[in-house]
Ligand binder design. Structure first.
Ligand SMILES: NC(=O)c1ccc[n+]([C@@H]2O[C@H](COP(=O)([O-])OP(=O)(O)OC[C@H]3O[C@@H](n4cnc5c(N)ncnc54)[C@H](O)[C@@H]3O)[C@@H](O)[C@H]2O)c1
Length: 265
């Protein structure tokens, strides 16, 4: 087990990819703080972490609120005494597709930026003093394939997920002298509540019209992913576990795609 006695905090742990990450980290030996605005989902995931024989704590925190981020760090330290790993996974896309981009509203942009970019900034800032003091830490930011292959239909999301990659490099450089690594993962296409919402939106505005969400997703995967298969939350969890482990101690400021080759175009 690569993460024996480690403590990980995962945001958006009540959702598809976040829950997968929590479970893989737990299987590798970590205790996990499962955080989300959706407390019910977070509790479901925390109970699965306990089924793996690991400790878990559920904290309701909105990553766009600085005080929630500070309280999340405080509650984690109170329960487990340390934080070794932070996974900034909570994220979302706007409510309108950008076809063209003038279709999008200022509030879509603001909301997308707040959750996807400001959230990881606030939480990284909240946890950094602790990691710097211990001279140990691993921060993992979840970006997206949309940052590698501009998603024309989601300009707000594409811009925000690109900003996550910049944030990753900037924070990695600041924290490197303190033995804290910061890396980003770009997931490809995972059938989660995220896609349950996105598929009908795309189907309504494209050649995929008339297809039900799941068949639409399957066709979209075949059309856009060279390996012609979808990714799973556990696929993302496996890379997160590696980046959180000491096997990756000399990897920082990097972006790695788990996307079946989609970034190659
Ligand atoms: N599903 C995909 O195909 C895919 C692909 C690339 C990247 N991603 C990224 O992976 C991450 C997880 O996506 P997912 O597919 O599991 O999505 P999801 O919608 O299933 O889960 C996201 C979780 O984040 C939580 N959340 C939303 N806003 C929050 C906030 N302000 N504070 C705290 N929690 C909040 C939600 O409650 C939800 O539980 C996101 O950053 C997403 O952008 C997803």
């Amino acid at each position: 087990m690569r993460l024996q006695d480690r403590v990980a905090v995962v945001t958006g742990g009540g959702g598809g990819i976040g829950s997968g990450i929590c479970l893989v980290l737990a299987r590798e030996g970590a205790d996990v703080v499962v955080s989300d605005i959706d407390l019910e989902g977070a509790e479901r995931c925390a109970s699965q972490v306990r089924d793996e024989g690991r400790g878990s704590l559920t904290v309701r925190a909105d990553v766009t609120v600085a005080q929630d981020c500070l309280d999340l760090v405080g509650a984690s330290l109170k329960t487990f005494g340390k934080i070794d790993v932070l996974v900034n996974n909570a994220g979302l896309f706007g409510r309108r597709l950008g076809l063209p981009f003038t279709n999008q509203e200022e509030e879509d942009w603001d909301n997308c930026y707040r959750v996807n970019v400001k959230g990881p900034f606030l939480l990284s800032k909240a946890v950094a003093p602790h990691m710097m003091e211990r001279r140990y830490g691993k921060i993992i930011n979840i970006s997206s394939i949309a940052a590698r292959r501009d998603a024309q239909i989601l300009p707000d999301y594409t811009a925000a997920k690109n900003a996550v990659l910049s944030l990753t490099r900037v924070t990695a450089k600041d924290l490197a002298p303190y033995n804290v690594t910061v890396n980003a993962i770009c997931p490809g296409m995972i059938w989660s509540p995220f896609w349950h919402r996105l598929a009908p939106m795309i189907a309504a505005h494209s050649d995929y019209a008339g297809l039900e969400p799941r068949p639409m997703f399957e066709k979209y995967v075949k059309d856009n992913i060279p390996m012609r298969r979808e990714q799973t939350p556990e696929d993302i969890g496996q890379l997160a576990a590696f980046l959180a482990s000491d096997d990756a101690r000399n990897i920082t400021g990097q972006t790695i795609c788990v996307d079946g080759g989609a970034a190659m175009g």
